[in-house]
Design a protein around this ligand. Structure first.
Ligand code: SAH
Length: 392
């Protein structure tokens, strides 16, 4: 077993169960682990601290356990079993109205680098670390045992999430089954999921609760769903009784999926129209007719060094919405950038509101749903932020 020894006093964050070891904290390594190897971590005076996956980069070890134990079948069974029990407790698994939920949310489920989303009888598994990539077959085996007859397919989809420098093959493909039906059921609405080529694991599972809230505000409103992807928010608005719903995304494929989803849920319903267009272009040319606007852009900042630009982006985007939304309008605005804090996001939206000079009230402060839990020792896991605003 490879052993990583920390510099004196660098064990403190691990003693507080933070699951990352940064490269700067390491004194020496016994042996030459490859990226993805299992390593044990010790304090400078030789105390065992944790076991985890070794990786190359600023985070050197992602912790799998703070107890000295094997990372074997029993380990994966235990972790996946706990994750599944939690989703049962949340009423998400085995729910006739909902077959779509996140089963494993990385550090939030004490499995750093692993994401598993469930769509009916199909699991889509994504590795964000070479360590999890190396364990994919073992994880798939345990997953099938935990979910039993409820699971027919496991699709592995990691081509965009693994470190690009790692020399890895087999980033995508079925680890179990292969004849997957391609729709997700969320709160009684149906969505086509393209897990082969779609974004993330094929669907944005993390907006489920926020979409439900939007439904309650939709009656009689003219809705703009900006950055719609597969149209998630649009169908909740339609079911909630919206007068018109316009969905906009720059990706033609996303608009194609959105239109397909209209046919699945509201065939022939003329209230809905979709536009493949850049957000800023559309916002500039649109009129002042919308009284419910959703802004759910992609992560504007993926790294800390572009934070300033990202905050400018949020400010500009929201400023146009404040300028154009009808009096009495409701704005649902989001940021999914992990490096943008709740306070920074609120500040960007505040600046945008001030620019418009309108009276704006915060009605709700939104976050990610309970199947994307935040590990209390890893606050970095909190990434989705949203505000629902009333604009006079
Ligand atoms: N609201 C969606 C998820 C949005 S993800 C849901 O509930 O599922 C962000 C989306 O923004 C992606 O679909 C991406 O294609 C789109 N996008 C990225 N840049 C854009 C731009 N400049 N203009 C419009 N859409 C854009």
């Amino acid at each position: 077993m490879y052993k990583v020894f920390l510099k004196p006093k660098k064990e403190e964050s691990l003693l507080r169960f933070h699951p990352w070891v940064f490269s700067g904290a390491i004194q020496k390594i016994d042996g030459e682990p490859e990226e993805g190897s299992i390593v044990e971590v010790y304090s400078s005076d030789g105390r065992f601290l944790a076991i985890g996956h070794y990786q190359i980069g600023s985070i050197s070890v992602r912790v799998l356990s703070f107890k000295k134990r094997e990372i074997d079948h029993a380990f994966w069974m235990e972790r996946l079993g706990v994750a599944y029990d939690l989703r049962c407790t949340l009423g998400l698994a085995n729910n006739p109205d909902n077959n779509t939920f996140r089963l494993v949310h990385g550090e939030g489920d004490c499995l750093p680098g692993l994401v598993i989303d469930i769509y009916g009888r199909t699991a889509v598994m994504q590795a964000h670390s070479v360590g999890m990539h190396c364990c994919r077959e073992a994880i798939a085996k345990a997953l099938k045992e935990v979910l039993g007859d409820g699971l027919d397919n496991i699709y592995y989809k990691s081509e965009t999430t693994l470190p690009y420098k790692a020399d890895i093959e087999n980033e995508c493909g079925y680890l179990l089954g292969g004849e997957a039906e391609d729709f997700a059921l969320e709160n009684g609405l149906r969505f086509c999921v393209d897990w082969l080529k779609g974004q993330k694991t094929g669907f944005f599972v993390d907006q489920r609760d926020n979409r439900s809230l939007l439904e309650k505000y939709s009656r009689g409103r003219s809705v703009l769903n900006m950055f719609c992807y597969t149209g998630g928010f649009s169908f909740y608005a339609m079911r909630g009784g919206a007068k018109i719903v316009h969905s906009v995304d720059s990706s033609a494929k996303a608009i194609w999926l959105t239109n397909k989803n209209v046919e699945l849920n509201f065939p022939g319903d003329s209230r809905h129209q979709a536009f493949a267009e850049d957000a800023f272009k559309y916002l500039e040319r649109m009129g002042n007719n919308y009284d419910l606007i959703i802004l759910d852009p992609p992560a504007f900042a993926k790294h800390k060094n572009v934070l300033r630009n990202a905050l400018q982006g949020y400010r500009k985007l929201n400023a146009i919405a404040f300028e154009k939304i009808k009096p009495g309008g409701i704005l649902f605005t989001f940021s999914c950038s992990q490096v943008v804090s709740k306070d920074n996001f609120r500040l960007a939206v505040f600046s945008a509101a001030a620019q418009s000079g309108r009276n704006v009230r915060i009605l709700h402060q939104l976050t990610q749903p309970a199947d994307h839990p935040v590990n209390i020792y890893h606050p970095e896991g909190e990434y989705l932020k949203g505000l629902v605003l009333y604009v006079e």
